[in-house]
Design a protein around this ligand. Sequence first.
Ligand code: ZN
Length: 260
Amino acid sequence: MRMPVLFVGHGSPMNAIEENSFTRTLETLSEKLPRPKAVCVISAHWVTPGSEVLAVEKPRTIHDFSGFPRPLYEVQYPAPGAPDEAQRLVDDLKLMPDHHWGFDHGAWSVLKHIYPQADVPVFQISLDQTRSFESHLDLGRELSKLRDRGVLILGSGNLVHNLRSLNGKMDAQPFPWALEFDEKIKTAIEHRDEKSLASPDRWGASLLANAHPTLEHYVPILYCMGSTSEKDEIVYPYEGFDYGSISMRMVLFGNQKEIT
Ligand code: ZN
């Protein structure tokens, strides 16, 4: 069976230890999704020169943030790695194996809610900062075969992500540009408009600059698009904005009949 592909807008690291409508949605996903053999995470929080694949047996939990309460630093996510699957990707796609990274919070703050027992093997692929948007889509296409091997592809970023414009209130009204960019991306995903997704500045350089002052939270959706096709139906298990400038939209691609 071909596995679905999931994009999660992860938002604040605090979601790892809080309970809210977003985390409750993640919890229900584990019941809906077919159980994967492994999860391949493409996270906004691992950016490297060249595409690297986490190929260790017992990845460490990385607390890659600062200024948060102590309980967040005490979270461990002890899922096993998937070094065989990682090595297969390294060999097939000529990527670089990595033995130093672990699970960054783009991975564990989400997986902690979907698979709280940490009993599904997980590996990550880094975001190669030298690739073009088109090239990220191409690598996503290469990853699509993972789905037939029982691997769940999980893109973890945010479709709108501007930390400079954060409103102090989590439930603040979204900024007009946040709503506009989120809607543009949603429409492009639904039309499988990869041309626009590979050149999001076509919607206006200032709109893109507002939505993504830096681009790392945007790129993971390109892997989800690349690894899916028009055969995959699209649903949004969760949508909304945190702090006015962070889109929390989730996108689930796959045969919805098989996602119970
Ligand atoms: Zn993030």
